[in-house]
Design a protein around this ligand. Structure first.
Ligand code: ADP
Ligand code: MN
Ligand code: MN
Ligand code: MN
Ligand code: MN
Length: 336
């Protein structure tokens, strides 16, 4: 008999930012298939998802990948259900209306590697600051790139696990990095981002380095915040062949700024200031190649005769990709 370790992973009920939780289930002679993962339960009173009196919440496996960091192991992404089998209020994935996987998402996940002793990004001296922003973006060399061992190990782990990472880069602030994940289907894109985050947290543990997902961990100082740009398309956008379709979709975002910002991550007013390649949280704008706009139309779109995708630059690094995707789908569907 062979034994496998299945790490059941879910999102807790903390507000305004949900965190990853997980626990291990040992299975005998496990097939490796999602359909052979049984439902499980956990103590919701310890995760802000239930009261002590009736504390059980259910874990429904929805996505499985091999766990490259453990022997004979898998990572099992789960939705949280109430004891009666209905979706828990914290379950953003269940709100996604994209049953035919017509929506494709590419998320650009930015984050800081965080020194738990100095409580500053990697590369920051214990006292004071490193040289101002400028040399760090896409940098190489020990003066400017900090924590490469960690992010390389993370990239390999993601690829070994079968996550569709499309690239990584050092970001504008010291100790800040990015990975991009693309998937056809909003749910899978969200699953893969959460699993990518999970692997990064686990590798960080090994190095004693925390991952700071906050969108503006250095506050009002002159350092970039962290985003999670959401690149999206559906058949209509991919085959539009018309500027009018792009204008119509972009305009449909204007009256629902509040609804979008609500799910674009905590403290986004600190990040969306109009500086550091962002648009003000109070405005709505879009434009070709415009990195100071709320929504950027990539320059390839007009070049390809007005077909392709859009980039909503407002979601931040701590946002839930499920909720971001669900809201974008709702707005785009209202336009077309
Ligand atoms: P930048 O940093 O210039 O904004 P990146 O290369 O970091 O761009 O990210 C662009 C993202 O757009 C990639 O993750 C890619 O997967 C995604 N993308 C490309 N084409 C599409 C498409 N048709 N639909 C959705 N996302 C797309
Ligand atoms: Mn127990
Ligand atoms: Mn990018
Ligand atoms: Mn970036
Ligand atoms: Mn981008």
């Amino acid at each position: 008999m062979s034994k496998s370790k299945l790490e059941y992973i879910w999102l807790d009920g903390y507000k305004p930012t949900q965190s990853l939780r997980s626990k291990t289930k040992i299975e005998s002679d496990f097939s490796g298939k999602l359909e052979d993962c049984s439902n499980w339960s956990f103590d919701g009173s310890s995760t802000e998802q239930a009261l002590g009196g009736s504390s059980d919440c259910l874990l429904k496996p929805v996505y499985i990948i091999p766990d490259p960091l453990r022997k004979d192991a898998y990572l099992v992404m789960c939705e949280v259900l109430n004891a009666d089998g209905t979706a828990h209020v914290s379950n953003g994935r269940a709100t996604i209306e994209d049953d035919d996987n017509d929506f494709w998402f590419g998320f650009e996940q930015e984050y800081f590697l965080w020194d738990t002793e100095t409580n500053k990004p990697l590369g920051f001296p214990a006292n004071g600051y490193p040289a101002p922003q400028g040399p760090y973006y896409c940098s190489v060399g020990a003066n400017n790139a900090f924590g490469r061992d960690i992010i390389e190990e993370h990239l390999d782990a993601c690829l070994d696990a079968g996550l569709n990472v499309e690239g990584i880069n050092a970001e504008v602030a010291a100790g800040q990095w990015e990975f991009q994940i693309f998937a056809k289907g909003a749910k899978e894109a969200g699953d893969q981002i959460w699993l990518g985050r999970y692997l990064l947290e686990r590798i960080g543990e090994k190095y004693g380095v925390a991952i700071n997902w906050h969108c503006k961990p250095l506050g009002e100082l002159d350092w970039n915040g962290s985003g999670m740009h959401a690149n999206f398309s559906n058949t209509a956008l991919r085959t539009a062949g018309s500027k009018e379709v792009f204008d119509k979709v972009c305009e449909s975002f204007r009256p629902v700024v509040k609804e979008h910002i609500e799910v674009y991550g905590a403290d986004n007013h600190l990040r969306l200031t109009g500086k550091h390649e962002t648009a003000s949280i109070h405005d709505f704008s879009y434009g070709v190649s415009d990195r100071g706009a709320s929504i950027r139309i990539p320059v390839l779109v007009p070049q390809k005769g007005w077909s392709g995708y859009l980039e909503d630059r407002r979601p931040n690094s701590a946002a839930d990709p499920y909720k971001v995707a669900a809201r974008i789908i709702k707005t785009v569907k209202s336009a077309l």
